[in-house]
Design a protein around this ligand. Structure first.
Ligand code: AMP
Ligand code: TRP
Length: 340
């Protein structure tokens, strides 16, 4: 087998299943912005086909798709440098996904912890799409020969499955065609926790709006949510070790670190011994300074949905230019006649 050198290409995606949170921003989008530049080609996708694995109201889905795109643009994704589009406009994603459905084994899918968590006791009633979703995610990445996949901690297992699918495909067909992509899970905020319960992930859904920061929250809301965030009575410790078993405190320190591009150690260095009366207002000010301009820009962009649609269409065309030759070659390898 000849070794094929794969040009470094970043691929990542976000589901438009509701509004963006601070978890999406720190765990994904901010890091995607930082990966733009000469080292990588960067491809970023609003994965609307993933969103419909659970019910989405059609009008809300269309709005959320544009809003997620607006969130990426407002955060600094450059639609000229990066390829930014929504998945449904590039049908090759589902075409390759079918082939991967035939590569992935049922036993592998049964081990996906996110499926088990989401399906819970209701596994018989969830959609087939929710079960197959990791094969579609593998297709998203491998359709572009993606090599680097910046995601939050919760997606690690899906990227590992993508590697397994690439390896099995290459092995079964005796080729060295698909790369085995690396999950990039780094920085202090790969798992931003709920502001009311530091043992749960901050997510788009969830009972109370006070448990998450939405990227559309205005300055007052952001400040209020941080000031009311649950903590414990102890002041901040002298070292990071002192935050063990203090999940809420650790989460706020990590958020502070990620927002200010520092390590959690540096934050502790600065605030050792400080009480919440000092730390929380500082965190609220920092978050407002970083997030309020983004939410204002999102609101401005959302006033002109036609412009967002234009950008997405342009991104989809560029995505297709990369994807089509890879899909055609996959068809050839598999023996699917494609004579037009
Ligand atoms: P989703 O909103 O589930 O489509 O997630 C999109 C991206 O945001 C993925 O890379 C997730 O890992 C990341 N993400 C979502 N929630 C969080 C969180 N609470 N902390 C860190 N990353 C997150
Ligand atoms: N499954 C991811 C999530 O729920 C979203 C996603 C879909 C994705 N396709 C992807 C992330 C490809 C990285 C690469 O968050």
């Amino acid at each position: 087998m000849t070794q094929v050198a794969h040009t470094p290409r970043v691929f990542s995606g976000i589901k438009p299943s509701g509004g963006l949170t601070l978890g999406n921003y720190l765990g994904a989008i901010k890091r995607w912005v930082d990966m733009q530049g000469p080292d990588f080609e960067t491809v970023y996708c609003v994965v609307d086909l993933h969103a419909i694995t659970v019910w989405q109201d059609p009008a809300e889905l269309a709005n959320a798709t544009r809003e997620v795109a607006a969130g990426m643009l407002a955060s600094g994704i450059d639609p000229k440098g990066s390829v930014l589009f929504n998945q449904a406009q590039v049908p090759a994603h589902t075409q390759l996904a079918w082939i991967f459905n035939c590569v992935a084994r049922v036993g592998w899918m049964n081990r996906m912890t996110q499926f088990k968590d989401k399906a819970g006791k209701n596994a018989e009633k969830v959609s087939l799409g929710l079960y197959a979703y990791p094969a579609l995610m593998a297709s998203d990445i491998l359709l572009y020969h993606g090599t680097h996949v910046p995601v939050g901690e919760d997606q690690k297992q899906h990227v590992e499955l993508t590697r397994d699918i690439a390896t099995k495909f290459n092995h079964d067909y005796g080729v060295d065609f698909f790369p085995t992509p690396e999950p990039i899970i780094d920085g202090p905020a790969t798992r931003v926790m709920n502001l009311r319960d530091g043992t749960k992930k901050m997510s788009k859904s969830g009972e109370s709006d006070m448990e998450r920061i939405n990227m559309t929250d205005d300055a007052d809301k952001i400040a209020k949510k941080f000031k009311k965030a649950r903590t414990d009575p102890e002041p901040l410790p002298e070292t990071l070790d002192g935050l063990k078993d203090r999940p809420e405190a650790r989460n706020l320190v990590d958020i502070f670190a990620a927002l200010s591009d520092q390590t959690p150690e540096a934050v502790i260095g600065e605030y050792a011994g400080a009480g919440w009366g000092k730390f929380k207002p500082a965190l609220a000010d920092l978050a407002v300074a970083k997030l309020a301009p983004i939410s204002a820009e999102m609101a401005r962009l959302m006033n002109d949905p036609a412009e967002i649609d234009r950008l997405l269409a342009n991104g989809a065309e560029r995505a297709e230019e990369i994807a089509q030759p890879i899909l055609r070659k996959t068809y050839d390898i598999v023996g699917l006649v494609s004579s037009r």
